[in-house]
Design a protein around this ligand. Structure first.
Ligand SMILES: Nc1ncnc2c1ncn2[C@@H]1O[C@H](COP(=O)(O)OP(=O)(O)OP(=O)(O)O)[C@@H](O)[C@H]1O
Ligand SMILES: [Mg+2]
Length: 283
């Protein structure tokens, strides 16, 4: 769907490149995650791909055609959820939607979208009176408004309560199931793990890793079993998962001791994020 080669970008007046020669692609029907610490260049990359920022170096192809050769018609294909929701606050939610609807050739079923994100009953309220979470949900509806083929989402669940975040995640999965392609930027490792087919880690304008969550875990994972058991007091032991069935010490514990807990030490995407980026998550 999108092929990015040697992408470089520097903001006007900046001393250094924000994007330092990155290459990646994402395919039709894929949810591609873009992860990295604050300031890594995630939003910048999304803004370049959605033609908001001009003047990049390198090449971007959308459906095999140079992004620079695409005119306004590309906006019928792509849906964009911005990092910071911007709405006309003096207008109602519906008036906002109607305004953007006019820009597109084809539009999605607004009633069902608003109902799905729980905003239908508030559709005639001024956006100025919306809570932050309501603005974020309206922003998501706007991204889907033109019934896009490719959806760009910059932190779509940031600032949402768990229930509303669940609705948005389900809608992203449904979008994929109906054939859509998603470029997803997020700080939520759990969401990335659940939603993404592949993930790229970007640090300081460079891509460090690209792989599926499963492969990342296999590559960075610790294959261990952690056992807590009673032996006088509570004791802990860690065993390598390989050869576990022949490990006498492990077998002795599970045969003869009272077990308290037993976990396989599966590496989470949080651990991998820290390993790959060298940055601790502050959440
Ligand atoms: N409008 C701008 N003008 C100049 N520099 C900018 C501008 N926007 C971003 N930058 C710089 O570009 C780099 C990448 O920023 P970007 O917003 O892409 O990061 P990000 O990965 O989206 O971070 P976050 O997780 O905080 O959203 C940063 O060093 C930032 O300071
Ligand atoms: Mg950002």
């Amino acid at each position: 769907m999108f092929q990015i080669s040697n992408l470089r970008f520097r903001y006007p007046r900046a001393k250094e490149d924000a994007i330092r020669g990155i290459s990646f692609e994402f395919r039709e029907g894929e949810i591609f995650g873009f992860l990295g610490p604050s300031g890594a260049g995630k939003s910048t990359t999304q803004k370049i791909m959605t033609k908001i920022l001009k003047g990049f170096k390198g090449q971007i192809l959308y459906r095999g055609r140079d992004l620079n050769a695409w005119g306004r018609e590309i906006f019928n294909d792509i849906g964009v959820g911005f990092e910071v929701p911007v709405h006309f606050s003096k207008l109602t939610a519906m008036e906002n939607i109607d305004f953007y609807k006019r820009l597109y050739r084809r539009t999605a079923d607004v009633e069902s979208l608003l109902k799905r994100v729980g905003l239908w009953d508030d559709r005639n309220k001024k956006v100025a009176e919306f809570s932050q979470g309501m603005k974020i949900r309206l922003n998501f509806v706007r991204a889907l408004l033109n019934d896009p083929k490719v959806l760009f989402l910059d932190e779509p669940t940031n600032g949402l309560d768990p229930q509303n975040a669940r609705i948005i995640k389900d809608m992203i999965l449904e979008f994929k199931r109906s054939g859509g392609t998603v470029f997803l930027t997020t700080h939520m490792m759990h969401d990335a793990d659940e939603l993404c087919d592949r993930i790229a880690f970007i640090v300081n304008g460079e891509i460090r890793e690209i792989d599926s969550p499963k492969n990342l875990k296999l590559r960075f994972g610790r294959r261990v079993v952690e056992v807590e058991y009673k032996d006088g007091g509570t004791k802990k032991a860690t065993f390598n998962m390989d050869g576990l069935g022949f490990n006498e010490q492990f077998l002795d514990i599970i045969r003869n001791k009272e077990l308290v807990t037993m976990h396989s030490g599966e590496t989470t995407l949080d651990d991998i994020f820290i390993k790959v980026t060298g940055v601790k998550l502050h959440e």
